[in-house]
Design a protein around this ligand. Structure first.
Ligand code: NAD
Length: 250
């Protein structure tokens, strides 16, 4: 049976020898980044086809105009919120071993998390499609679209487009976590995006307890969630962390 007890969640976390967090777009909503799906989702405004790899190569100018607006004008100035910061703090305290994120916004690193497996890559890096040179986004001139490498090659953001493989290192690390973790904290994810959504299911099959944080139920909830903490990620994660601290001091 699913419970919604902070007390129970805290007990499980304090007993765990290996806790991993798995995050989706919901954790960054309070940083001002809308999710793709749902009521205020970006796909209500933009055509997801801009992130199709074939479309990108055939129409780099048109693709880049939208990519720049979504991922660089828009995401570029955002800051971590308390949910990112709590995860960073929990890693620092030795309570969370790693974060597996579907997000590409770099906000876990900005919030203090050190071990972050980026299942879908990161928008803050770009790669030249000709010579493979890497660029930090702060070193790219976005005034000329599409942005180009010094060699003249087309730059592509280092997040995965539709039709691209999941980065091998992130996939392996996520599978390792799913096979070994005793607790998974799943924050702000619909469970609709595959293959990422498999990871909490594999964790559950291997005996992990699932603590879910979301403003509403997801595809995970009725299938694998043990404890559902309903609410905005920042509020829930702060309350969880406060409960942990007060239990530790008892
Ligand atoms: P998703 O699976 O990432 O789902 C978003 C979830 O967040 C929903 O379940 C929603 O109920 C929940 N949510 C919304 N506000 C919340 C809040 N304040 N606190 C807690 N939960 C909240 O689905 P998606 O948005 O369609 O994303 C598709 C893919 O694209 C995912 O891999 C996602 O990570 C990625 N994406 C990344 C970013 C980013 O980097 N910030 C933004 C959009 C999408």
């Amino acid at each position: 049976m699913i419970t919604n007890s902070y007390n129970k969640a805290t007990d499980i976390l304090l007993q765990s020898n290996y806790t991993a967090a798995f995050t989706g777009a919901g954790i960054s909503v309070e940083s001002g980044i809308p999710p793709f799906r749902g009521e205020n989702g970006l796909w209500n405004k933009y055509d997801p086809g801009v992130l199709d790899l074939d479309h990108f190569y055939k129409n780099p100018q048109a693709s880049w105009e939208v990519i720049k607006e979504i991922f660089y004008d828009y995401f570029g100035t955002t800051k971590p919120n308390p949910a990112h910061n709590v995860l960073g703090q929990m890693e620092n305290d030795g309570m969370v071993k790693e974060v597996i994120t579907q997000n590409i916004d770099n906000l876990h690193q900005a919030g203090g998390s050190k071990t972050v497996h980026e299942f879908h890559g990161n928008s803050h890096r770009l790669t030249c499609m000709e010579c493979s040179r890497k660029y930090g986004f702060e070193n790219v001139n976005f005034e000329n679209i599409p942005p180009r490498c010094d060699c003249g090659g087309l730059l592509k953001p280092d997040f995965i487009f539709f039709g691209e493989m999941i980065p091998q290192d992130a996939l392996q690390a996520s599978q390792h976590a799913a096979e070994n973790a005793e607790v998974f904290i799943v924050i702000g994810s619909t469970g609709e995006v595959y293959p990422a959504a498999q990871i909490p299911f594999i964790a559950k099959q291997n005996g992990a307890k699932i603590i879910e944080v979301n403003i509403k139920t997801s595809l995970f909830t009725n299938q694998i969630t043990d404890i559902l903490l309903l609410g905005k990620a920042s509020q829930v994660m702060q309350q969880l962390y406060e409960t942990i601290k007060s239990k530790k001091n008892q």
